[in-house]
Design a protein around this ligand. Structure first.
Ligand SMILES: [Mg+2]
Length: 221
């Protein structure tokens, strides 16, 4: 897919786009639930709860930590669990999740290609800066010149319009000179286009014909 001419900045989503979140999350939840005595692969159930509560966070209905608390409560079936206790338990999931971060093979070449063309590169991700930065550093994807735009710190998650505006301000670029690339149609395509940005939908399953299935398919201006 040919990227627009006169491009000044490219924003990448992180989870599912540069780093294989699902792989790490699956290992994380299965190790955690095995330690709790919950048998069998819990990924499908966890993925549903993750989507449910992360979407609530994206709509502004719960805080970033709040969605962790609610996910934990619902997963283990203990709605009465105190916030601190839930976050404490969630750490057991996170320990294995963190240990299994891995970059998608097309991520590093794509970041290099963007930087080599003199484009500003931002990471616009619905997460907290410390973890998202660590995720890139640990997987070898944090390169000189990249800018972290973590929406917990920006003040509004994608697809809220404020998130894209804050990211554009952070890089000092106009919306129409920037492109957002990511694996969420709502967050990385629809929301970005509403903010006036170009957008590329990454569907790694290759099911959607109107998208790219790999970052290798991007043709840089
Ligand atoms: Mg994503």
């Amino acid at each position: 897919m040919q990227l627009p001419a006169r491009l000044e900045a490219v924003f990448y989503d992180l989870d599912g786009t540069l780093v294989d979140h699902d792989h790490a999350a699956r290992l994380g939840v299965n190790a955690w639930s095995a330690a709790l005595g919950i048998e069998g692969d819990q990924w499908d159930r966890w993925a549903v709860l993750e989507k449910k509560w992360f979407s609530a966070f994206e709509r502004g209905e719960v805080s970033h930590l709040g969605q962790r608390v609610e996910r934990c409560r619902e997963f283990i079936g203990r709605p009465e669990l105190a916030d601190a206790a839930a976050l404490d338990m969630y750490e057991d999931y996170l320990a294995v999740y963190r240990a299994n971060w891995r970059a998608f093979p097309d991520a590093l070449p794509s970041l290099h290609a963007a930087l080599e063309r003199g484009l500003r590169v931002g990471i616009l991700t619905n997460g907290a800066e410390v973890m998202q930065r660590a995720k890139l550093e640990r997987t070898g994807l944090w390169l000189e010149g990249m800018v972290m735009c973590a929406t917990v710190e920006l003040g509004a998650p994608k697809p809220q319009p404020e998130s894209y505006r804050a990211a554009l301000d952070t890089l000092g670029v106009r919306a129409d000179r920037s492109v957002m690339i990511g694996d969420s149609w709502a967050n990385d395509v629809e929301g970005a286009r509403r903010a006036g940005m170009h957008a590329v939908y990454l569907d790694r399953t290759g099911r959607d014909g109107a998208s790219v299935s790999s970052l290798d398919e991007l043709r840089w201006p």
